[in-house]
Design a protein around this ligand. Structure first.
Ligand SMILES: [Fe+2]
Ligand SMILES: [Fe+2]
Length: 412
């Protein structure tokens, strides 16, 4: 078997941060409640086995600038750019099981220890596993310990895939300051938080069509105002706007009409990025100049390893560090420089990868899942390459969507 080091150009090193170990073994079982991308899985180990041998770091290229992480608190690279601010993006805390509480607690501890403190933290949904009163209480308790201001949006585990008026009111009762859409500004950034479930393909138009249209109108107004104010706009939501690639099949996430309208806004208003979660993978896509940044989860549900993402904002763009929180997951931590990365650069990078590169990249994106290789023999590499280059343009498969009872329109 070809060694993975053959395909990396800039190997990562293990970060030197200490005291990030989760001490309890986690009893992890697959659950299909939220029908995230691993919904088909039926067998799971009782606890996360240590990777053996430890998976190697991700595929890299000069263009995308994967870099070694010296340690958690090392200065940003001396690249002549001023750091305007930093912020943290984390996702999918899924508070509900003891292990996930602990992972979230560790994340909060790590963030509170950052110096300087990030200007703000965003958490992009699936805050709890099933939004019960006790889960909400635990989430609020841990979340409340963060020193930096936090901004939340709901995920499908919080308001379901088809948020009804009742469900949305429930969210707003619990988190009145995060009624979507809303805008917060930090330095040059305007961040707009939305509930992506209102536009997703499992939504019933009868139950939430009006609410979906209202949120859309308000969001569009906020984007226009923010751009008039000269701000750089980022939207954060739970479900990423592209279809999902899972076991060589494309499944729908957003309803097609909403997806196309949403993507059009990015071009029309020069929106810089979408920050999302939901798929429990570490993913990056581009469309024109816009970045679509999927953070891997804090929760170790679906056998992922807990991690969080620290962003550096400069006048010229973004870079981030992905920190994995478990001792045995540290080799996955890396730094990504997104300055100058657009669809053309990203497309060239994907085009330059052979089948093994693609498989290794896809494996890496499963965020440390030691069992993820069970899917790889089934990968259609051409389909995967097309997906990585531009998932927005791909049609979901009828089989996948009928199984998931999707409500979507076919493109002509
Ligand atoms: Fe999730
Ligand atoms: Fe989700």
């Amino acid at each position: 078997m070809r060694d993975f080091s053959d395909v990396i150009r800039e190997p990562l090193v293990i970060i030197g941060a200490s005291a990030l170990v989760l001490t309890s073994a986690l009893g992890l079982f697959f659950e299909s409640f939220g029908a995230d991308e691993t919904a088909e899985a039926t067998v799971a180990p009782e606890a996360i086995p240590l990777p053996d041998p430890a998976p190697e770091p991700p595929t890299s290229s000069d263009a995308l600038q994967f870099k070694p992480l010296a340690n958690l608190t090392s200065p940003w690279p001396d690249d002549g750019r001023e750091t305007l601010l930093t912020f943290v993006h984390l996702s999918d805390t899924h508070v509900g099981r003891e292990g996930d509480h602990k992972a979230f607690e560790v994340a909060v501890e790590v963030i509170n220890g950052m110096a300087p403190q990030p200007e703000f933290v965003i958490i992009t949904g699936d805050l709890t596993d099933s939004f019960t009163p006790s889960q909400i209480r635990i989430f609020k308790d841990i979340n409340g310990r963060l020193r930096a201001p936090v901004h939340l949006v709901p995920g499908n585990h919080d308001v379901m895939f088809d948020p009804t008026a009742d469900r949305i009111q429930w969210w707003e009762r619990e988190f009145p300051e995060f009624r979507t859409p809303y805008r917060v500004d930090y330095g040059p950034l305007a961040l707009i938080g939305v509930d992506s479930q209102l536009w997703n393909a499992r939504r019933s138009p009868q139950s939430s069509g009006q609410i979906a249209r209202e949120q859309w109108g308000e969001m569009e107004k906020m984007i226009i105002e923010a751009r008039k104010d000269g701000q750089r706009v980022m939207i954060f939501n739970h479900i990423p706007v592209m279809p999902t690639f899972y076991r060589s099949r494309i499944s729908k996430s957003w309803e097609t009409g909403w997806m196309e309208k949403y993507l059009a806004l990015f071009e029309k208003h020069g929106i810089e990025a979408e920050l999302s979660g939901h798929v429990h993978r570490d993913e990056l896509y581009t469309r024109g100049k816009a970045l679509f940044l999927n953070a891997p989860p804090i929760s170790e549900k679906y056998t992922r390893q807990a991690s969080l993402r620290l962003f550096r904002v400069t006048a010229q763009g973004l870079m981030y560090r992905q920190f994995y929180l478990r001792e045995h997951g540290r080799h996955l931590s890396y730094q990504m420089d997104l300055h100058g990365v657009d669809q053309e650069v990203h497309g060239r990078w994907i085009e330059g990868m052979d089948k093994l590169d693609l498989a290794e990249l896809w494996k890496f994106r499963h965020a440390g899942d030691p069992d993820s290789s069970r899917w790889f023999p089934h990968i259609d590499h051409d389909q995967l390459r097309a997906y990585l280059k531009s998932p927005f343009d791909l049609q979901p498969t009828a089989r996948m969507n009928s199984r998931l009872k999707m409500n979507y329109t076919e493109r002509p």
